[in-house]
Design a protein around this ligand. Structure first.
Ligand SMILES: Cc1ncc(COP(=O)(O)O)c(C=O)c1O
Ligand SMILES: N[C@@H](CCCC[NH3+])C(=O)O
Length: 444
């Protein structure tokens, strides 16, 4: 299905710099992304609606590959996955981080080569491991000692499965306490300080069916400062040196996970992959040089930084009212399609589209339609005071951890995802239907 391009843009994207690069202003308050009018997309596919700009995804993949020419860039599918997304990422030469049989199967169905996948997870099910081994997933990242024997047994004497071990480097970083994974008070990885990482590594090294290619760490998400990554590199370097001393083994790879932060609102910082690559490489070279270690090949696993800025969410206003001092603007989505504000206090910058903003700018709170006071999409944001039912709101930087974390709370169907690309639009994921939801209810 395609949607035509509207008229030529009238002005450049000035305050639109957290929007996809293809965003353009059209007459009468309209906007286009990927050459397609957002208002027209809303009419065609309904709202709430998520769109993804294919060129923005591909450009971001290319920027990462150019930043890490010697390394391997592995897209974290948990940020957003569809068959088209898997194909774009594959065509751009990235690997894929999957953390469930579901992600693995979908990517496999899309033709993503299993050998370029990395399987993660703090609680891998027997099926996750069996499927990964049967399909020939490139690397499995061990997060718990109990996985090791299972992976070795299922690999069988003839095979040799590549393994990494996830280590907690003791680094506090991340945009919110719930997305910090570099310290020992959270569930992921194995401790450096109590020796459980060293113990797991020794067990992996003792299994002839397993080939330990290197260490892994992932310190958190929405990180905008390079320094915590440099501390993590030094700690990983220290551990690699101790493993060399105790086991006489050096590793060919080091996976530093993802977590690279993006700007959700104009003026916010973002992590620059090129600067990150330069500093990481320098730090790794220095750490390894000092310890007499060969410099391992770097793997990194960006999810948000590839997908988030390529996505836009579209909502229609259902109600607008003043309650005390506050202007509440209620839209037809909410925490079921975007739980991030409720979970992490995430902030967004919605804007009115589809008509000129004639009203006086006021501070408004955009809320969803769910039966939950915490169902807020954007707190205290500037919007015109004359918003009315039927108006369209667009929220940029919506491509990661929204559709992939969506629920059907209140039996509100999950929204569709449409790809826009150089003047055309096509449906990637259809809207969930009430029939889909009813069909699961099989007890009378
Ligand atoms: C192991 C691992 N790698 C990569 C990522 C991707 O993180 P982000 O989307 O913040 O880049 C995650 C999620 O935080 C993760 O758990
Ligand atoms: N889901 C989180 C990030 C966690 C990343 C997955 N390990 C977010 O939306 O910010």
């Amino acid at each position: 299905m395609t949607a035509p391009v509207l008229a030529a843009p009238t002005a450049g994207p000035d305050d639109l710099h957290v929007w996809p690069a293809s965003t353009a202003r059209l007459p009468h308050g309209h906007l286009s992304v990927g050459g397609v009018s957002l208002a027209e997309l809303a009419d065609r596919y309904g709202t709430p609606l998520y769109l993804l700009d294919e060129d923005e995804v591909r450009t971001r993949c290319r920027t990462y590959r150019a930043a890490f020419p010697e390394g391997e860039v592995v897209y974290a599918a948990k940020a957003f996955l569809s068959r088209a997304m898997a194909r774009w990422v594959e065509e751009e030469g990235l690997g894929l981080d999957v953390c469930s049989a579901g992600e693995l199967e979908l990517a496999h169905a899309a033709g993503f080569p299993p050998e370029r996948m990395v399987l993660h997870g703090n609680a891998k099910s027997p099926r996750d491991i069996e499927l990964a081994l049967r399909l020939g997933v490139g690397r499995i990242v061990v997060d718990s000692p109990s996985e090791i024997a299972r992976i070795a047994a299922l690999t069988g004497p003839a095979g040799r499965q590549k393994i990494m071990v996830r280590v907690v480097p003791g680094v506090a970083a991340g945009g919110h306490e719930k997305i910090r994974t570099g310290t020992e008070d959270q569930k992921f990885g194995l401790s450096l300080t109590d020796g459980s990482a060293q113990h797991a590594i020794a067990r992996v090294l003792g299994q002839p069916q397993l080939e330990m290619t290197g260490l892994h760490c992932h310190i958190g998400s929405q990180i905008t400062d390079i320094k915590p990554y440099l501390v993590a590199v030094r700690r990983m370097g220290g551990l690699m040196a101790r493993i060399k001393d105790s086991h006489g083994v050096t590793f060919a790879e080091l996976d530093l996970g993802g977590g690279h932060g993006v700007a959700y609102r104009p003026g916010e910082p973002a992590l620059d992959p090129t600067a990150l690559a330069r500093r990481l490489t320098a730090e790794l070279t220095a750490s390894c040089g000092a310890a007499g270690l060969p410099v391992p090949r770097l793997l990194i696993e960006p999810g948000r930084a590839i997908a988030a800025p390529a996505g836009v969410a579209l909502y229609r206003v259902l109600a607008a009212k003043r309650t005390g001092p506050k202007l509440f603007v209620a839209v037809d989505g909410g925490m079921s399609d975007n739980p991030r504000p409720a979970l992490y206090g995430a902030r967004y910058a919605p804007r009115l589209i589809g008509r000129p903003a004639t009203g006086v700018p006021v501070t408004a709170t955009v809320v969803g339609r769910h039966c939950e006071a915490g169902d807020v999409l954007a707190n205290d944001v500037p919007l015109p005071d004359d918003l009315r039912p039927g108006d369209l709101l667009a929220v940029p930087v919506a491509g990661a951890y929204q559709v992939s974390m969506a629920s059907a709370y209140n039996l509100v169907a999950r929204p569709p995802v449409v790809a826009v690309h150089r003047g055309t639009a096509r449906l990637l994921i259809r809207r969930e239907t009430q029939e889909d939801l009813r069909r699961r209810d099989v007890g009378a």
